[in-house]
Design a protein around this ligand. Sequence first.
Ligand SMILES: [Zn+2]
Length: 343
Amino acid sequence: MEPDGRCHSQQSGRPAGPRRRAPAAGPAGRWQTWSVPDPEDADISPPGAAAGAAAEAAAVTAFWQQLGLPGLVDVHTHFMPPNVLAKVWAFFENGHAVAGQPWPIAYRQPEEDRLALLRAFGVRRFSALLYPHKPDMAAWLNSWAADFAARTPDALHSATFFAEPGAAAYVAEAIAGGARLFKAHVQVGGYDPGDEMLDAVWGLLAEARVPVVVHCGSGPTPGPHTGPGPISAVLARHPALIAIIAHLGAPEYGDFLDLAERYPGVHLDTTMAFTGFLERLAPFPARLRPRLAAAADRILLGSDFPNIPYPYLHQLQALAGLGLGQDWLRAVCYGNAVRLLRL
Ligand SMILES: [Zn+2]
């Protein structure tokens, strides 16, 4: 079913819109120092395109090879029905995500090209996170995601839900159908994760030991139910829930590290954390860095590919720049996900 009568017969081609480039470096300016070509060049000048994509792939590959890893696992990437993704891109590029903050999409490419790029990077498994912003949409997204997983063997079968009657039924159906990772977007959905309509959903996920990526930090823009409080109430009721807090909980990093220290199932993904872009919006406090080292087994690589305003490599370099050592990077970029998702 198409929620708006607008979600069918779309192709995975490039949405209409102005061509954007990665932004000039802002105050932090970190990514400008890297010799990674702008991936947007890829399809405007074919020879440079191939060279640009190949150069970035080589640099990402060198990153994991130097760690002795067989590749990367990225738990926070987005694949969505083409028209939904086009709306998400328009939302970011029109400046709605963060007031006054340009957010050009670095990988505004057809789905097949985005898949090819992740594979060229050596991302062995990746998620296909999607999320509804209103009722009567999640079940349809889940059916698209099941189809995507069936035709994309290296994608983790992902699913989602909304606070609505029937959520427990379609979540149970998705789990039975093989979903291995869920996404809950508290900010975009605008629902209280403690809503009683979701109580059975959290219970099902906890019982099935299926992780759920939860965007519940107040970044980049707070919502009525973001912040550590509402999800803490859920965890108090479902202490075995395997929750992966998106964006390392930005900007409430310390509060979400508290939760990871209190509950064995609470993990954090690195999505956008420590990048020049997020450091300008929500800098990670240096005093918390030792707690990142202590939480080495709870932190998972996430990137937000393709919806990022900088090259993929920047996320990896930002993690390496923390100086937490190669064992930490190996756990974060591969080992923890393999263990948690039983890959
Ligand atoms: Zn995301």
